[in-house]
Write a protein that binds this ligand. Sequence first.
Ligand code: GRF
Length: 202
Amino acid sequence: LRIAVLASGRGSNLQALIDARAAGVFDAEFAGVFSDRPDAVALQRAAGAGIPRQALRPVDFADRAAFDDAFFDAVAAVQPDLIVCAGYMRLIGERHVVRFADRMINIHPSLLPAHPGLHTHRRALEDGVRRHGASVHYVIPAVDAGPVLAQAAVDVRAGDTPDSLGERVLAREHVLLPACVALIAGGRLRYDGGRVVLDGAP
Ligand code: GRF
């Protein structure tokens, strides 16, 4: 299985994937790391792991569609079987979502369908939820709305701030995302006609 990872920032989820592969959690190859920000720490992490990397800047393109075309042509060029959005902070044009429909997943820091979009930890606290967490889902044109593969939950504690809550969620993300990749790499989970199918499930 060839994996492409898309990341815009610090890349701690990318690092979790790199470490998990090294630890034998899954058997796959990193075909490339792609970013819309040349200064993303994620690119340094890729370099440290000897993974090919590429950054394209949206400002260098006429419009959003032109950027997406170039960006996803670069991704397609490494022939990925699985594209993992790990903190990729740009909306992806529908054309490219459809192009990679059955092989693009995203990690989102909430228990979807609760709290799609940004500032999830703050909003979870404002809503007074008792449990919060992270979800891994297939990417569909609607943002943070695709079929969920798996989730990890944490209890909200009295006195939690968005930062303290977000830190506990992130620690769970770092286990959840590699576990999902392991399910896919091991052929135990697939995306079939818009549904997530887990081997052995009724
Ligand atoms: C994570 O919280 C992820 O769920 C969200 O963006 C953040 C990325 O963090 N999509 P990192 O770049 O992997 O450290």
